[in-house]
Every structure is written in C-alpha cells, then in structure tokens.
Write a protein that binds this ligand. Structure first.
Ligand code: CAA
Length: 309
C-alpha cells in the first residue's frame, strides 16, 4: 500500500468516524494538505489541519470500508468549478489506493447533487482558451476510478451534474431528484459525456429529447427509463446507498474491480469482443486465492474470508 493510501484510512480512523455526520466532518481533513505539501504524516500532524474547500469525506459501514464523499458548495448548488473537480479527482484517486475501502458513495446536498459545470467560471472563456487548456479533460478521472462508485442523487443533477452521476457505476435517486442536460439552453452542448453516456443508459429517443429540449426529468421517470436503479425517500437515500456499498465491499476487492472492468467494457466494444474479454477475466479469477476461497466456503457452508489476493 502506498504512503498516500495508508494516510487516508489512518487520518479518518484516528478521528473515529464510523458514523455519519455529513453536515459536520468529524475528522481532520488533512489529506489535501498532505497531498499538496508532500510531507510525511508526522510532519503534517504538527501543522494546522486544513479542510477540503469543496468536499466532506467520511468513512461509513460496520466495517469502516465505505468512503462517503459529499460535494459541498451549497451556495452555488454544487456547481462543478475547476477547484471542486480537481479536489474530487485527487480524493477519489487516493481512496482508490486505500486497501481498507471497498466502495465509494458520492453525493451532494438535499437540494442539489450538482447543478452542472460552473457557468460563471466558463462564461467568458474563448475557443482558444478551452482548446488550449483541454477544458473539462480532468473530469474523466472520475470514470477511471477502479473501485465502484454509487451516486446518491438528491435534488438537481443537471448538465455536468447529470454527467458526473453517469460516470459512477450505480445511480440511486431521492424522490425529489431531477436529471437533465440543459446545455442547449445555454447555447452549448454537454461536454462531459452527456451525449455519449445518456443514450447508452436511456436509448436514443429519450437522450435526444433531453439533450435537444433541455427538459428535466424527475426521479420516477429516471427510474422507469433505466437511468437510475432505485428511488428512495430523500432522507433514506444515503443510508440505502451505504448499505449497497457495504455489500459490495464485503466481496473480494480484486474480483469486484475485475467485474466493474468487465461490465464497463460492454460500453466500449462489440458483443463478440466483450464476450471474449469477459471469458478471459473469468478465467483469470481462477488464478486468485479469493476465487478458490469463495467456492470452498460455499462447499463448506461457511462465509468466505477474502484477502484480495
Ligand atoms: N454554475 C454556476 N452557478 C450556478 C449554477 C451553475 N451551473 N447553477 C446554479 N448556480 C448558482 C446560481 O447562480 C445562484 O447563485 P446566486 O445566488 O449567487 O445568484 C445559486 O446557484 C442558486 O441558483 P438559483 O437561484 O438559480 O436557484 P433556483 O432554485 O432558482 O434554480 C436551477 C435552480 C434550476 C438548478 C438553476 O440554478 C439552473 O438552471 N442552474 C443552471 C443549470 C445548468 O444549466 N447546468 C448546466 C451547466 S453547463 C454544463 O454543465 C456543461 C457540461 O456539460 C459540463
């Protein structure tokens, strides 16, 4: 395990955050400081602890193996400014290396998961600037995380917010959630995967309707058309997402990673190639201790003890 991977669990474990407290993070969120400073944990422990600017991070689950990441820019309805997206990718990449964490839940506030890319921030950008800077390129870091991410969406998931939820692996919605790609109203188009992922979730006709009108859909419809896999009362959403995350985290870490990669391959390739890839991954699990342990435990009628090997 890398130094950074160790520090994430240690920082949070030291502060004893096994129960939720989304509004008030109960641990010193010093990870940002360490990442930025590159100091050893001993050195940085002696300094004033610095909080994330745009995120709250907590550890959840009976076995403290679920990371809960909350977007926290309430005044702007979690508009995804550059600083927020940089912080989010850094935190997710660090969690991804933490052996103790088996699944991630990404959420926002009751009012907004995220109302899209920050319109004020990009309002005066020129073509040369956005091309030159590769504007929004760094967002794809979220889709490259190897651990499963469950998006728990309450309130608005619009534009980049809807796209961010679709970069996750499972989407759960609160009853009042609203999804949409309203970029057309702003004179632009989705720029973080909306035109590509949305039709894969909901089919061409519905995706066209949403992208070309900018109309929003409510959670119930999002469920009916397959954009989200479950809808819960808003105040139960995070608990339900954490429950699912705990179940995922109870399985072999390495096999979960392989399963996620196999399913994601379905969106990148032909059926024949995808089936070939799946078969190779399936065969590969036979080289793992965890595969042997899982089947042996079944035969011996006991719970498996996975080691991630
Ligand atoms: N960027 C920057 N600020 C935003 C924002 C955004 N995407 N969405 C909301 N805000 C800000 C508002 O400017 C407002 O700030 P002030 O109080 O300082 O004026 C604050 O959040 C609250 O918003 P509203 O007063 O508008 O709240 P509302 O309840 O009346 O409406 C809303 C809520 C329907 C979500 C409305 O804010 C809205 O339409 N937001 C923009 C949604 C949008 O167009 N998203 C797509 C952005 S482009 C994109 O995402 C490109 C991409 O593909 C990556």
């Amino acid at each position: 395990m890398s130094f950074l991977a160790k520090t994430f669990s240690q920082v949070i474990a030291r502060a004893g955050t096994t129960t939720a407290l989304l509004s008030k993070p109960r641990y010193p969120t010093s990870l940002t400081y360490r990442l930025a400073s590159g100091q050893s944990s001993q050195q940085s422990d002696n300094k004033e602890q610095k909080k994330y600017e745009y995120l709250l991070v907590d550890i959840k689950g009976k076995n403290s193996n679920v990371a809960l990441v909350q977007l926290n820019r309430p005044k702007a309805l979690n508009a995804l400014c550059d600083g927020l997206m940089r912080e989010l990718s850094t935190v997710l990449e660090t969690i991804d290396k933490d052996d103790k964490i088996g699944c991630i839940v990404l959420t926002g506030s009751t009012r907004a998961f995220a109302a899209g890319a920050d319109i004020r921030e990009m309002q005066n950008n020129t073509l040369a600037q956005v091309v030159g800077a590769g504007f929004l390129d760094q967002w794809s870091a979220v889709a490259k995380i190897k651990k499963p991410i469950i998006a728990a969406v309450n309130g608005f998931a619009l534009g980049g917010g809807c796209e961010l939820s679709m970069m996750c692996d499972i989407i759960y919605a609160g009853e009042e959630a609203e999804f949409g790609q309203p970029e057309i109203i702003l004179g632009t188009i989705p720029g973080a995967g909306g035109t590509q992922r949305l039709p894969r979730y909901v089919g061409k006709s519905k995706a066209m309707e949403m992208v070309l009108t900018g109309n929003r859909i409510k959670a119930k419809e999002a469920h009916q058309i397959g954009l989200v896999s479950a809808v819960y009362p808003a105040n139960q959403l995070i608990d339900e997402a954490v429950k699912t995350a705990e179940k995922i985290a109870s399985h072999s870490r390495i096999v979960v990673q392989l399963a996620k990669e196999a399913v994601n391959t379905a969106f990148e390739t032909t059926l024949a190639e995808g089936n070939r890839f799946e078969k190779r991954i399936f065969h590969t699990t036979f080289g793992l201790d965890d595969r042997k342990e899982g089947m042996t435990a079944f035969v011996e009628k006991r719970k498996p003890n996975f080691t991630g090997q």
